[in-house]
Design a protein around this ligand. Structure first.
Ligand SMILES: Cc1ncc(COP(=O)(O)O)c(C=O)c1O
Length: 180
């Protein structure tokens, strides 16, 4: 196996993002010349050796820092997958973002982000009203782990009120512009 799907995407050419959405971060030679990326219906990827597999897992779990320009290698679709990586690269391009992570659902994205950023003793500022699942996660689940949710209701006094209520460092601010 000489082809690795995961590699740094080709540099964005001098085209508009609308055009680049059709091709960015995909090379037909990675997929037998297919113009569009196939849908990879696999959970798992083959390693050239046990050592390579160990190395890819270590990179995926942050146990090792990749060398400059080193591709991370495909491991397991829950961690990385060619289609998801292409989507992430295109969303980065579209938003002008440094990095992107896509998830199977909205709550998976929100919960994973909060779990990654928060630890006991931290506070989360959030606008109200929030989507019900996020509201429940903040007020009923994370509080059990020592994270303090603090609602921001806006207005000039909001910062002062918030400052008085907060008991720990603010690590996350959740702002929603819509609710159900
Ligand atoms: C603002 C907001 N956050 C989170 C979610 C949860 O998304 P999912 O149902 O994909 O977990 C939704 C779903 O409608 C939403 O509208």
């Amino acid at each position: 196996m000489t082809r690795r799907y995961k590699s740094h995407p080709p540099a964005a050419k001098a085209r508009h993002p609308e055009s680049l959405m059709m091709s960015h971060a995909y090379r037909p030679e990675w997929s037998e010349g297919a113009v569009k990326s196939p849908i990879f219906q696999t959970s798992t990827f083959v390693f050239r050796s046990a050592e390579e597999g160990k190395h890819f897992f270590s990179l995926a779990y942050g146990l090792l820092e990749p060398a400059p320009g080193e591709p991370r290698g495909l491991v397991y679709s829950r961690i990385n997958n060619p289609d998801l990586e292409i989507l992430e690269e295109r969303l980065c391009l579209w938003d002008g973002a440094e990095a992107c992570a896509v998830f199977g659902s909205g709550m998976a994205a929100i919960a994973t982000t909060l779990y990654e950023l928060l630890k006991p003793g931290d506070a989360v500022l959030f606008s109200e009203p929030l989507y019900g699942g996020t509201d429940h996660l903040l007020k009923k689940v994370l509080v059990r782990w020592g994270v303090q949710p603090v609602a921001i209701r806006g207005g000039k006094a909001a910062v002062q009120i918030v400052a008085e209520k907060i008991l720990g460092p603010v690590m996350v601010v959740v702002v929603a512009h819509g609710s159900h």
